[in-house]
Design a protein around this ligand. Structure first.
Ligand SMILES: C[S@@+](CC[C@H](N)C(=O)[O-])C[C@H]1O[C@@H](n2cnc3c(N)ncnc32)[C@H](O)[C@@H]1O
Length: 283
């Protein structure tokens, strides 16, 4: 099944194709020894079948309503720049819609993140790459439904302030907090402060070297049985190579590629990658 990169990720056709793909991959988890393979399989099974609990359905509707507001906030935040560039308001809004559509996780994968976090019930969570707050809202909503857990999300772009506003409008500010700044500076002190990490979404830089570097930085701080999700693992050849490198790291006992999304299960005491494996990762 080949998904055309030019079809918007929010289109119903993409949703149907991803659900069908998910259904074909679930069996790889049957009998897998990773302690959370059953939870991952249940989350995928629910997304493939379109199953959602009433509480989750309500949250997803609220998050989709929030998603629809973001382009307007984006335009409002950028109003001065627009008039400087002489762009007309309608054109600006059109561009903002496009940006939001491509930057944020599409609904079908947002639903998966909500279901996955709901099944895993993690205590300590991180997200690299807040963007406009759509993926963060999906995960934080699951924590809110569980009544436990907290996520710290990291970004260095001004637009992530829109995300922060969204979290508080949704009433999720006690479940998710933005740590503003470059991940190369904010990640290490954060990990020291909050580890062990039970769940992580890596969706910041999309170069091979940065993606591998971010994973390697997080790996030693993951709990036994932790789950890590990567977005856009097949977006470019660099991302494909990053995924292969990461999937082969010591401590990764489960690596499930779902075309766009990759899910990793961590087992045993996590180890810092050797200098040699770090060098091969960035060749
Ligand atoms: C694809 S977007 C994240 C989308 C978001 N996870 C969602 O689906 O709603 C990637 C984000 O990572 C941020 N980013 C990339 N490299 C970064 C870095 N080195 N430090 C902090 N943020 C970074 C960008 O500013 C951008 O907002």
């Amino acid at each position: 099944m080949k998904l055309n990169a030019h079809i918007p990720p929010t289109s119903p056709a993409v949703t149907v194709a991803h659900r069908a793909l998910i259904a074909t991959r679930i069996r790889r988890l049957y009998g897998h020894h990773h302690p959370r393979s059953g939870a991952i399989a249940r989350a995928l099974g629910d997304v493939a079948a379109g199953r959602l609990a009433a509480g989750e359905r309500e949250w997803l509707a609220r998050i989709e309503a929030r998603r629809a507001e973001i382009p307007f906030e984006f335009v409002a935040a950028d109003a001065n720049a627009r008039s400087d560039r002489g762009i007309d308001a309608a054109e600006h809004l059109g561009r903002a819609w496009e940006v939001c559509r491509w930057v944020s996780i599409p609904p079908v994968w947002g639903r998966f993140l909500t279901r996955l976090v709901g099944e895993l019930s993690p205590g300590c969570c991180i997200e690299l790459g807040t963007g406009l707050g759509v993926s963060g809202a999906h995960q934080a909503a699951a924590l809110e439904l569980l009544g436990r857990g907290h996520m710290t999300t990291m970004d260095n772009h001004e637009a992530s302030k829109i995300a922060e506003r969204g979290f508080s409008e949704l009433g999720l500010e006690h479940r998710i907090a933005l740590r503003f700044g470059d991940i190369d500076e904010t990640l290490a002190p954060l990990l020291e402060q909050i580890a062990p990490i039970d769940y992580a979404l890596l969706d910041a830089a999309h170069s091979e070297s940065e993606t591998v570097r971010h994973f390697d930085a997080v790996l030693p701080y993951l709990s036994d049985g932790a789950v890590v999700v990567l977005d856009d693992i097949t977006q470019t050849s660099e991302m494909k190579r990053a995924w292969r490198t990461i999937a082969g790291r010591d401590g990764v006992s489960l690596a499930l590629g779902l075309r766009r999304i990759g899910v990793l299960g961590i087992s045993g005491p996590a180890r810092r990658p050797s200098a040699e494996s770090r060098r091969s990762a960035v060749r």
